[in-house]
Design a protein around this ligand. Structure first.
Ligand SMILES: Cc1cc2nc3c(=O)[nH]c(=O)nc-3n(C[C@H](O)[C@H](O)[C@H](O)COP(=O)(O)OP(=O)(O)OC[C@H]3O[C@@H](n4cnc5c(N)ncnc54)[C@H](O)[C@@H]3O)c2cc1C
Length: 461
């Protein structure tokens, strides 16, 4: 095997500099895991291309030798997406991190895949613009497009798929294609943007992305609203959405999670189901929205509501929500985090969250339920001891039960984290005959199955 790896390294060095190719143990370890509980597995080689031409050469070589390829952004995904279970070559895009063009008049930006969302937002701020998708982690835009990431702002601005105007993609055989153009709309041809976004590195490597951006809102208001029950909180959100108040973010945090927040962020919020809300707009319009929202919240039994317009106070409020995953990790040292991710129709959300809490209690596992309730997507965060096989089994059974609940209600096994390895087993069940169509697409674009094999599609199934 060493001989084979050595010869591939030599072949790679024909078009990459020596420091762009690594077989170093530590580098391989860093690329053999993500942020999840999934078991690590190391790539044989890690490469750091700087241009699309180099990516194309890597793909041609891998395709010829039938070597697995795993594209890698920041490794912040949560379902084992980047773990190379069949080893091979990992392509790390961190050296392709240039913001290529800001088209202010078109509200578009062109970036390389290794640009992170915080890096982009820092630059866009100078132009009065921002990029809307916020998955919490400082992920790369290539990784975010590949997982169709979303997060807290999806309720107002949509998910990654809604932001992508064009992708430059290197296919398995090294061909370089574009999936879209600059036009705001098009009825021309098949919707390849839609296909490649969310493909998790199984159909091609993105080397350039053209994305929609937005003007920074004139005014922002944040709110924290406390409810007696999760059901009351969800009913309040549904009413706010139904009357058309344009909330930019709305996050539900259950009482156990508020407890973790208070410990970690040194806050003393009431330990009850809580909504964190954000409004974007102009000052006069938002003043009306705030009055209306308060009335709706109170109609649904809200026991405390606090609005913040000051920048520091708003940031403090949202930091508490953003740091929740880290608050759990901090609260349970030595344990690993399992984050579930189903999405259901908004009218099924209260039942789904209630079911998840019941199952969590029955499984006797520490954790909480939280979610982007404006779009029916929620997570349970479980803290598990990976050395305790029985505990891992109970956590897996819990995850399985809530996925099953979502599928029974015609929802999905993943609202935003993606399939990776963890949700692969649900694909045939969720998609039925359409799963075979997906398989046919995969085979036609990657006949040797070199691109992130085993993720999303199992060819042999
Ligand atoms: C604390 C925390 C909170 C999170 N919250 C959210 C959330 O709210 N919403 C959400 O959507 N996600 C969330 N995530 C998950 C994660 O941040 C997203 O999945 C993110 O999109 C992954 O980006 P990445 O750059 O880390 O990609 P990676 O993890 O490196 O890769 C993800 C996938 O993209 C592929 N890929 C990477 N780069 C390319 C490329 N250039 N071309 C083709 N394929 C590529 C990889 O092969 C892999 O399949 C969270 C993660 C953490 C740790």
């Amino acid at each position: 095997m060493t001989v084979v790896v050595d010869s591939i390294v030599e072949a790679l060095k024909q078009f990459l500099d020596g420091d762009q190719v690594s077989v170093n143990e530590t580098v391989r370890e860093l690329h053999g895991q993500d942020e999840s509980y999934h078991v690590a597995s190391l790539p044989d080689i890690v490469v750091f291309p700087k241009t699309k031409e180099q990516v194309s050469e890597i793909m041609k070589l891998a395709n010829e030798l039938v070597v697995p390829i795993v594209p890698f952004g920041r490794g912040s995904s949560l379902e084992g997406h980047v773990i190379p279970y069949e080893n091979g070559i990992t392509i790390d895009f961190s050296l392709m991190d240039k913001i290529l063009e800001i088209r202010q008049d078109d509200l578009l930006v062109k970036v390389q895949p290794g640009v992170t969302r915080m890096q982009l937002n820092k630059e866009l701020k100078k132009h009065g613009l921002f990029f809307s998708v916020d998955p919490g982690a400082d992920a790369t835009l290539g990784g975010m497009a590949a997982t169709n990431a979303s997060g807290t702002t999806a309720v107002r601005y949509g998910v990654m798929r809604d932001q992508v105007r064009d992708l430059e993609v290197v296919l398995a055989d090294g061909r370089i294609i574009h999936t879209g153009n600059l036009a705001a709309k098009s009825s021309s041809g098949y919707h390849l943007n839609g296909l490649f976004v969310g493909s998790e590195g199984t159909l091609g490597c993105f080397t350039e992305l053209t994305l929609k951006v937005y003007g920074i809102p004139e005014f922002e208001t944040a709110a924290r609203a406390v409810f007696p029950t999760v059901e009351d909180a969800i009913a309040a959100v549904t009413s706010v959405l139904q009357v058309g108040i344009p909330i930019a973010r709305v996050e539900l945090v259950d009482e156990e999670s508020i407890r973790q927040v208070n410990h970690y962020s040194d806050t003393d919020y009431p330990e009850k189901p809580t909504l964190f809300i954000e409004f974007h707009g102009n000052e006069a319009g938002l003043a009306q929205d705030v009055i209306f929202t308060r009335e709706i919240m109170e109609d649904h039994g809200c026991v405390e509501v606090q609005f913040e317009t000051d920048n520091t106070a708003r940031t403090k409020l949202w930091d508490a929500r953003h740091n929740l995953a880290y608050a759990y990790t901090h609260g349970y040292p030595g344990k690993k985090q399992m984050v579930t991710d189903v999405c259901v129709a908004i009218s099924d959300l209260a039942d789904a969250v209630h079911f998840a809490r019941e199952q969590l209690n029955a499984a006797n596992l520490p954790g909480g339920v939280l979610g982007h309730v404006g779009d029916g997507n929620f997570h349970a965060i479980l803290m598990i001891d990976m050395k305790d096989a029985e505990e891992v089994k109970r956590a897996d059974a819990f995850n399985e039960a809530i996925v099953q609940f979502a599928l029974d209600r015609n929802g999905t096994c993943t609202g935003e984290h993606g399939v990776g390895i963890g949700k692969q087993k649900y694909q045939a069940k969720e998609h039925g005959e359409s799963y075979n169509i997906m398989k046919a697409i995969k085979i036609s674009l990657d006949p040797k199955n070199i691109l992130n094999p085993g993720k999303i599609i199992r060819i042999e199934e």
